[in-house]
Design a protein around this ligand. Structure first.
Ligand SMILES: Nc1ncnc2c1ncn2[C@@H]1O[C@H](COP(=O)(O)OP(=O)(O)OP(=O)(O)O)[C@@H](O)[C@H]1O
Ligand SMILES: [Mg+2]
Length: 350
């Protein structure tokens, strides 16, 4: 459902100055100070996002997907969270050096955040209409009637029936899936240049999920918005992402163009994640597989490969030294792993 007509501006079509990254994260490190010690939740994460690009972020529960994005935008309460390293730039500007006013503009209008848990991010004491209209009035300076009209359009756009009337309702009067859609409407309200969507469609049924995906695709095409889409669902990623970052133990362990990740996965963890993807074999759905073993407890900065204890290919070096992300395979493909899959062993380095 398009917001309006306009020329497409995808990542492939932008170039030169326009192609400069909108969001750059370099060496991000974040710990949580707990009674048991510091939990190293983000351990040197670097990535960039270009206009119109959709970066899929995947990884098991606890791998640091949400914390990475929230830490980058200073959305974590401190204490217990503490940034211990790294640099974040939005349109070339150091986010850490921004004034509180610039930071509010960034978070309220220029970057739209769809949080994983809609109930904690919607305010129970204000109507849904008020919560959608507030950023429209503050950041786009719309009048009250204009903001109300736009808010109803946004609710209609995310598939909420009788949008006009629902503007007067409070969050508890909406179902879980509807609250998630309201969150999406708020995140998209100011037509932001960057959308960070943390498991945006997990609680939604497949029809609504497909609608939301179409909506986000449209925003990206029309406005050149760049999107970070965090999910467990590799199927969704396969359908919408340009690039994929695979996270494990607070690190990106593999990153690359989406086709490359699906056709030539290099990290044993990525390979295991792909094997856990449900798919139909014959007429019978296959049993959902899981990766054996547990993710590590992040009480120390890793000195060896964090995946080694669960890895079927681990050898001496994996327990002695922590691999860094290094180029492999096709352009833009990087992996942090000492092991080389047999099919890639004869590859001539680029
Ligand atoms: N308040 C906190 N105190 C201590 N540790 C925390 C806190 N919040 C998060 N963590 C730790 O940070 C790590 C990363 O958590 P994060 O929520 O980013 O995972 P995730 O990849 O988003 O998982 P999920 O898929 O379940 O959403 C986890 O090990 C988690 O236990
Ligand atoms: Mg999360």
């Amino acid at each position: 459902m398009p917001l309006a007509d306009g020329a497409p501006a995808t990542a492939q079509q932008t170039n030169g100055v326009d192609d400069a990254p909108v969001l750059e994260v370099e060496g991000l490190e974040t710990v949580f100070d707990t009674r048991d010690g510091a939990v190293h939740a983000v351990n040197g994460v670097s990535f960039h996002l270009r206009p119109g690009e959709l970066l899929g972020v995947v990884g098991e529960s606890g791998s640091g997907k949400s914390v990475t994005m929230m830490s980058a935008l200073q959305l974590l309460p401190s204490p217990p969270a503490r940034r211990t390293g790294g640099m974040v730039r939005f349109r070339g500007q150091d986010v850490d050096a921004m004034t509180p006013k610039a930071m509010r503009r960034l978070r309220g209008g220029e970057i739209g955040f769809v949080f994983q848990d809609p109930m904690t991010s919607l305010n129970p004491v204000f109507t849904v209409g008020f919560q959608i209209m507030e950023p429209l009035r503050k950041h786009l300076r719309l009048s009250k009637p204009e903001a109300r009209k736009r808010a109803a359009e946004l609710l209609a756009m995310v598939g909420i029936p009788s949008p006009e009337a629902r503007l007067n309702d409070y969050p508890h009067q909406f179902s879980g899936g509807m609250r998630q859609r309201v969150m999406i409407a708020i995140a998209l309200a100011c037509e932001p240049g960057v959308v960070i969507a943390d498991e945006p469609t997990t609680a939604l049924d497949v029809t609504i999920q497909a609608q939301i995906i179409e909506l986000v695709k449209d925003l990206r095409q029309r406005l050149g918005a760049a999107i970070v889409w965090i999910t467990h669902d590799l199927g969704v990623i396969a359908g919408i992402a340009d690039r994929v970052a695979v996270m494990y133990a607070g690190r990106i362990v593999e990153e690359g163009p989406v086709l490359e990740i699906f056709e030539d996965p290099r990290h044993p963890y990525t390979r295991a994640l792909l094997e856990t993807m449900p798919h139909l074999e014959g007429d019978r759905p296959q049993r959902l597989r899981t990766i054996p073993g547990q993710p590590p407890v992040l009480m120390e900065t890793p000195v060896a490969c964090s995946f080694a204890p669960r890895c079927p290919h681990a050898f001496d070096k994996c327990l002695a030294a922590d691999p860094r992300l290094e180029p492999c395979g096709a352009a833009g493909h990087r992996v942090a792993c000492w092991w080389t899959p047999p099919e890639a062993e004869t590859e001539v380095p680029a």
